[in-house]
Design a protein. Structure first.
Length: 301
């Protein structure tokens, strides 16, 4: 992906959303020619020269110090994810030696699968930064069966099942995700964050190209240049076998596998969702018996 274009469009989009009033600056009347702040206003707030900031917004972050990046981040009122994205774009603008592609993992070590299988009362699964599903415990396979069984997003001989492909390319996603609009917005924002961290990942570039070609909604979300961390929250799913589930989720980094995330879903005690997970476990056991001899119970690819 073009680093200069990412920098240019990200900074311009963040500048456009902030009014002079929000930045504590006088508006000088209501007939402004630009939406949001002017470049010279950002430069003033960031403590850099106008020429230097213009060079940055044209896509040149090479050599920008942490102090300069922090100044721009403060001027543009960036949140934590946006600040990380700006730093990642600056790192990617560095010398060629620091810009080599870092392929996302496509498999997990056997011990990680053992950890997943040891979690018996909550859906747990591993994904990479492209949102490929790499490993799951039985309850997660049951919970995400619509994704795994999807004709467009499920696993094939050449690629893993992918949740973002399911969200944007399978109409069933609108039924499965109760809060579909938020889920779709967040999925694109998480991919955009990864594109800043690892812009030369060929598989990520291929995925973004596929989604951009086939989904107008993805193109709109991608063009917004929004970024987001996915760490914890609530997720409401409408499972075809057990109905609606209102679950808590935690997305945790694995220190031994920094490019992987462990996603864990739980239900509050004594709630319909808790009863639903128990029913899901029973359904999963029945499904496993029905599938005996047809596929490996651990095979999510």
């Amino acid at each position: 992906m073009d680093n200069r274009a990412q920098v240019r469009e990200f900074l311009a989009s963040r500048r456009a959303r902030i009014t002079p009033d929000q930045a504590g600056l006088p508006a000088y009347g209501g007939n402004r020619r630009v939406k949001g702040l002017r470049r010279e206003e950002v430069a003033l707030l960031a403590g850099v020269s106008i020429d230097y900031y213009i060079r940055m917004e044209r896509g040149d972050l090479a050599g920008a110090s942490e102090a300069v990046l922090d100044g721009v981040a403060n001027a543009l009122q960036l949140d934590e994810a946006e600040r990380e994205h700006l730093r990642a774009l600056a790192r990617s603008a560095g010398p060629t030696a620091t810009r080599r592609a870092r392929p996302s993992p496509t498999t997990v070590r056997p011990v990680i699968q053992q950890v997943l299988d040891a979690i018996t009362e909550a859906p747990a699964w591993i994904r990479n930064a492209r949102h490929d599903i790499l490993a799951m415990n039985p309850l997660a396979r049951a919970l995400y069966s619509p994704v795994l069984d999807s004709a467009v997003a499920g696993a094939t001989a050449k690629r893993a099942a992918n949740t973002t492909r399911f969200i944007y390319l399978d109409p069933a996603a609108r039924e499965f995700f109760v809060d579909y609009d938020r889920i779709a917005t967040d999925a694109a924002a998480m991919l955009r964050l990864e594109a800043g961290r690892n812009p030369h990942d060929k598989d990520l570039i291929t995925l973004v190209g596929e989604l951009s070609t086939q989904s107008e909604l993805f193109r709109q979300h991608w063009a917004s240049h929004n970024v987001k961390f996915h760490r914890s929250g609530r997720k409401r799913l409408r499972h075809p076998a057990v109905g609606e589930l209102d679950l808590n989720f935690e997305a945790m980094e694995l220190p031994s596998e920094p490019d992987l995330r462990l996603n864990l879903y739980t239900a509050d005690p004594d709630t319909p969702a808790a009863d639903g997970l128990k029913l899901l476990a029973s359904w999963a056991a029945t499904r496993a018996v029905d599938n005996t001899g047809t596929r490996d119970a651990h095979d999510v690819r």
